[in-house]
Every structure is written in structure tokens, then in C-alpha cells.
Write a protein that binds this ligand. Structure first.
Ligand code: GLA
Length: 403
């Protein structure tokens, strides 16, 4: 996707920006949902926001199969900063919790063959009230490049919403100008939405590699449902604007945390894969349950998420409290389908849908494989029906390939 930049310091310029990043949705680990703003390194040294936490996660991502599965970015969120800039006006990390500095932490993450993400805010302060980038975009972009940052999550607190466009564009311009490829992850659209304004998805996707467009996700089923409803409604047709280089971001994965049932974890992974969403785990990888780990590493689901066509899925139909999503994937004419049983109670239910309602092509037969297990389920003619059985709040997910 061609990236255009149209703003810098009040002067209108048009510069072609294509940072070459996020050709498929970024995958990695982000601290926020699980570790929040835990500053208590005295009593809780293993879980506070400190260099130690990111180093341990990088170790595990590299050593325990996550990196091989595609997870690449180890990302810091809010609360890493010192309360003030240094004497040169540059950002500095909290000296007690990041005693070796961010460059050393980036070097460590890179030494594991991974990439390093950091967090800042387009406004005067971050959401947790640490120094923001407003008024310092150029300095901060240069600082991040010098440190070896590979991804910037740029939050949208403490700024007037009418200044979003200017702030996000300017930072994008300066990041690009550093010459270092830095994936640019923006909370511009959700910022507009939270201020009661219409999100300008086209403008966001011209500048940013990912676009947060729903309220913060919590480790709760209700929170997943809330975000599901945003994606099902697709207000502003944001699904049509995403593609290689720019992806919609429904926030982190909470698979392996505390609240979701095994079925609900499968549902989050399936929907995020269908939506071509960033896969950012926010979980303590030191003690994750094996089933949750296996789900995060599931090859079939990751292949759908990372499908090279880069076309996000959309709702095909809703029948009898089943939400049925389809997404075109390779090889040509194939379709990934998710059947989401929205009933919160009861017992597993069957759903049958004729093949011709699920596919766009007109092949005479399709091979049906279970995306979770990779096993072949059936060979169905165009006029035959596919039947799946789905647990409450769970999903079935299949791939249909012309036979
Ligand atoms: C906002 C963002 C979250 C997180 C917090 C940190 O709420 O949406 O993802 O970064 O700020 O304070």
C-alpha cells in the first residue's frame, strides 16, 4: 500500500512513504493487558515493568517455539519512562527499572533474533501520565532510531482530537526520515471514536501500519464480545481499507490469561486470524498453560492470519445465533470460514450451510479441512451442505479449497 504523508509543522507536503513493513499482520508480545503499569519492583520484581520482564519474555519467545511460529516483536507499553526528559530534552527510561537503558534492551532482544517495540503518545503525556511526544516528535523519532527500535505504539491521550491528524502525520514523517524501518502502530482512529468523532480510516492507513479501532480489550469474555460487535458492524467499512502495509488492530490476545474458557480462547484466536489482526500476545509466557500455548502456536490459524492475499474476513451471514465469517485465502478460490456460536449457554449445536453460500467461486467440489487440526473433514459438491458442530461461545473453523 502506498503511504502518503501530507503534514509537517503546518506546512503541507506530500511525500511518498512506504516503509515496507507489516506486509502481513505483525506478531509478537505486548506487556499492557497482562502486566499493566506494575511499578512495584521491590515486592514484585518478576512482574513489574522493567528490563528484566522484557528480557525473560524475549528468551522464551526465542527458545520455546514462538519465534519459529512467527512471533517477532517484543513490545514495551506504558510506564517505562522516567517522569522527566533528560537535560537535552530526550526521553529516558526509569533508571531503576531499566538501569541499562533502552539501547541495551533493544540489543538484547535483537541478539535473540527478535525485534523490539516501544510505546509513546502523540499528546503531552502518555495515558499513564509519563512524558508524551507532543512538541518533541523529531527528537523522539531520532532517539528511537538510535536505540534500535523496530515498532512504535503511538497512543492518543492528552491531546485535542483536532490535533490527531497533525500529530500522527508528523511523527510518521519523522520516523520515516530516520531511515530506520519502524513499524508505526497508531491509536488515532480509536482516539477519534472515543471523542465522538468519525474515524478517517483512509487517512490513518496512509500513515500507519496498524490502526487500533476499538476500546481497550480486557481479560474478560464480555470484552471480546464488545470488540466482536465493532468488527461485525464494521462502521466506516474499515475492513475494506486494511491490507498489506496497514492492518486494523482489535488489541491484544489474552489467550493463556485468567478469564477465557478453552472455547473462548479458540474463538479469540480464530476471529483475530479472520480479521487479519496483529497477533500480540499479552500473557505470562513463563507459566502459560500448554493448551493455550498450543493454540497460540497453531499453524493453521497463523497461516490464515498471515495469508499473503491480505484480505480481511467479513461476516457472510448470521443465522440462528451463529455468526459466519469468510475470508479469501490461498490457493486461489479457497475460503477460510469461521462458525461462531454466539449462545453463551446450553449445549453444542449443529449448523448446516450449502457450500454455494460460503464460496465465491463455482468449482464443482471443495475439500474441507479443519483449520485447528489440519485434518480432512469432507469433499463436498457445490450444492451440498457443510455441517459443523459448535460449542457455546466457541467456533468451528474450516478451509474450503477447490478440489
Ligand atoms: C491506552 C491504550 C492501551 C495502553 C494504555 C497504557 O489505554 O489504549 O492499549 O497502551 O493506554 O496507559
Amino acid at each position: 500500500m502506498m503511504k502518503l504523508l501530507t503534514f509537517i509543522a503546518g506546512v503541507s507536503v506530500v511525500a511518498a512513504l512506504d516503509n515496507g513493513l507489516a506486509r502481513t499482520p505483525p506478531m509478537g508480545w505486548l506487556s499492557w493487558e497482562r502486566f499493566r503499569c506494575n511499578l512495584d519492583c521491590k515486592n514484585d520484581p518478576d512482574n513489574c515493568i522493567s528490563e528484566n520482564l522484557y528480557m525473560r519474555m524475549a528468551d522464551i519467545i526465542a527458545a520455546e517455539g514462538y519465534k519459529d511460529a512467527g512471533y517477532q516483536y517484543v513490545c514495551v507499553d506504558d510506564c517505562w519512562l522516567a517522569k522527566s526528559r533528560d537535560s537535552n530534552g530526550r526521553l529516558q527510561p526509569d533508571p531503576d527499572r531499566f538501569p541499562h537503558g533502552m539501547k541495551a534492551l533493544a540489543d538484547y532482544v535483537h541478539s535473540k533474533g527478535l525485534k523490539f517495540g516501544i510505546y509513546e503518545d502523540v499528546g503531552s503525556e502518555t495515558c499513564a501520565r509519563y512524558p508524551g511526544s507532543r512538541g518533541h516528535y523529531q527528537t523522539d523519532a531520532l532517539t528511537f532510531a538510535e536505540w534500535g527500535i523496530d515498532l512504535l505504539k503511538f497512543d492518543g491521550c492528552n491531546i485535542k482530537p483536532e490535533d490527531f491528524a497533525e500529530g500522527y502525520s508528523e511523527m510518521g514523517f519523522y520516523l520515516n526520515k530516520t531511515g530506520r524501518p519502524i513499524l508505526y502502530s497508531c491509536e488515532w482512529a480509536i482516539g477519534d471514536i472515543m471523542h465522538g468523532r468519525k474515524a478517517n480510516y483512509t487517512a490513518v492507513m496512509e500513515i500507519c501500519n496498524t490502526c487500533r479501532n476499538a476500546i481497550d480489550l480486557n481479560d474478560q469474555w464480555e470484552s471480546i464480545v464488545r470488540i466482536f460487535n465493532v468488527y461485525a458492524k464494521d462502521v466506516g467499512n474499515f475492513s475494506k481499507i486494511a491490507g498489506p502495509g496497514g492492518w486494523n488492530d482489535p488489541d491484544e490476545l489474552v489467550i493463556g490469561d485468567f478469564s477465557l474458557s478453552p472455547d473462548q480462547e479458540r474463538t479469540q484466536m480464530a476471529l483475530w486470524s479472520m480479521w487479519a489482526a496483529p497477533l500480540l500476545m499479552s500473557v505470562d509466557l513463563r507459566n502459560i498453560r500448554p493448551e493455550s500455548k498450543n493454540l497460540l502456536l497453531n499453524k493453521g490459524l497463523i497461516a490464515v492470519n498471515q495469508d499473503p492475499l491480505g484480505v480481511p474476513g467479513s461476516v457472510r451471514m448470521t443465522i440462528d445465533q451463529f455468526s459466519i465469517w469468510t475470508r479469501p485465502v490461498i490457493p486461489k478460490g479457497s475460503v477460510a470460514t469461521v462458525f461462531f456460536n454466539q449462545q453463551t449457554g446450553g449445549t453444542p449445536r449443529n449448523i448446516s450451510v450449502p457450500m454455494y453460500l460460503l464460496v465465491d467461486g463455482t468449482a464443482s467440489h471443495y475439500l474441507i479441512t479443519d483449520t485447528f487440526t489440519g485434518s480432512k473433514l469432507a469433499r463436498l459438491a457445490y450444492l451440498q451442505s457443510l455441517t459443523v458442530r459448535v460449542n457455546p461461545t466457541g467456533v468451528a473453523m474450516v478451509k474450503m479449497t477447490p478440489a
